[in-house]
Design a protein around this ligand. Structure first.
Ligand SMILES: Cc1cc2nc3c(=O)[nH]c(=O)nc-3n(C[C@H](O)[C@H](O)[C@H](O)COP(=O)(O)OP(=O)(O)OC[C@H]3O[C@@H](n4cnc5c(N)ncnc54)[C@H](O)[C@@H]3O)c2cc1C
Length: 357
């Protein structure tokens, strides 16, 4: 089995950016991606999501951003990624679902049903889409209506004329409410009061918000989503829902789920036909468990006070699209940083063997 200088796991924005920069640095590598086709998580977004609805997809390095048209995001972004992979001749192999990465005598061994690969370094770019987070509430399994998570959102038409409870305080919940309010009877519940952006969102304010996620990653805490610190805003698509008072009528989380609806701690009850859990995602890093990268606090500590991409516990491992770089613009930058981190590791002389040992 050949020994590669680097393996990138994942071919979304973060993985492609990393591969682009590794190529520029002349570092032989392979990109292993679990999906059948290019596009990362974008190919799995719901059909009703258009390029005008997305918050903004940054251009991949050395490229132009996908156009903001009424085209479906789940076809437009994948088409851009496919063209990018071809143009830059990125060495992507798919479908390869990596089950685990182990350390065998100082060599990283990447295991998948499709094969086994050995490498000196690893860039992990597996995103969050495959790890939807669904909180558990008592009585959840007794509910007779439908339950969806963001990953299987069937689009607004499915809910026409029905009573829908949207759960979650992030950008997806705000967007679902905006789309559903004109055609359905909607309710909103969040764990914490939503944080709205009240002033103009300047690049400085954005950087300050991302710095909060960096601080968590620097301490080895599990990262929170960038949106949770940048705050929420209402776009033109959400104005109709705002006029209907949907965002003002937000309620705290209910205490339990019953067959026909949800009940709050004060005894109040709302009947609902469907619950839409817009409760976010967690980093898809289970395959890295054998490397023991997690800190006692549950997250993976990254270097440069959380601004870097190198795992503090193992300088062979880079994490991109993780924590502060979990946005398309952040993923781009992280790809460059990771490629440099790989280069630096490969240039570092191996420690001399202790002859007395
Ligand atoms: C609904 C939604 C809308 C969003 N809109 C925006 C937006 O408008 N702008 C923005 O900047 N960000 C947005 N984001 C965040 C966005 O997902 C990230 O910015 C970015 O697209 C993530 O890129 P990524 O490369 O890290 O992950 P992904 O795009 O998820 O790519 C990960 C890749 O890794 C592969 N993979 C996963 N596990 C394995 C494994 N074990 N083995 C092999 N391959 C694996 C997957 O197949 C996938 O191809 C949104 C997120 C969500 C959920």
């Amino acid at each position: 089995m050949d020994l590669l200088d680097s393996i990138v796991i994942g071919a979304g924005q973060a993985g492609l950016s990393s591969s682009y920069h590794l190529r520029r640095l002349g570092i032989p590598h392979l990109v292993l991606d679990a999906d059948d086709a290019p596009g990362g998580a974008w190919q799995h977004r719901w059909d009703a999501l258009t390029m005008q609805d997305v918050h903004g997809v940054a251009e991949l390095p050395g490229s132009v951003p996908p156009p903001r048209t009424s085209a479906r995001a789940n076809t437009a972004v994948p088409a851009t990624f496919a063209a990018y992979e071809r143009e830059h001749e990125l060495p992507v192999r798919r479908p390869v679902h990596v089950d685990r990465v182990t350390d065998e005598d100082g060599i990283l061994v990447v295991h998948a049903a499709e094969g086994t690969w050995r490498a000196r370094t690893l860039v992990n770019a597996t995103g969050t889409w495959t790890q939807p987070f669904l909180p558990h509430y008592p009585g959840m399994e007794t509910f007779l209506g439908e339950q969806f998570h963001t990953v299987d959102y069937p689009g607004p038409e499915h809910f026409r004329g029905r009573r829908v409870l949207v759960v979650g305080g992030g950008a997806s919940a705000v967007q679902f409410l905006g789309a559903l309010a004109p055609i359905a009877d909607v309710l909103w519940a969040t764990r914490r009061p939503p944080v709205w952006r009240t002033d103009d969102f300047t690049p400085e304010a954005g950087a300050a918000a991302v710095a909060l996620v960096e601080q968590r990653v620097a301490r080895g805490l599990a990262p929170q989503s960038v949106v949770s610190v940048t705050g929420l805003m209402l776009r033109p698509q959400e104005q109709e829902a705002a006029r209907r008072g949907v965002y003002d009528a937000r309620r705290p989380m209910f205490q339990r789920i019953e067959p026909d609806g949800v009940r709050w701690a004060d005894g109040s009850f709302e009947r609902v036909d469907a619950i839409l859990w817009a409760t976010g995602f967690r980093p898809a890093i289970g395959h890295l468990a054998p490397l023991h990268l997690r800190s006692a606090l549950g997250g993976i500590q990254l270097d440069h006070d959380g601004r870097g991409t190198t795992a503090v516990k193992d300088p062979r491992i880079q994490l991109v699209g993780y924590g502060p770089s979990a946005s398309t613009i952040g993923a781009n930058r992280a790809g460059r940083t990771a490629a440099r981190g790989v280069q630096q590791y490969l240039r570092t002389p191996a420690p001399a063997l202790d002859a007395t040992a």
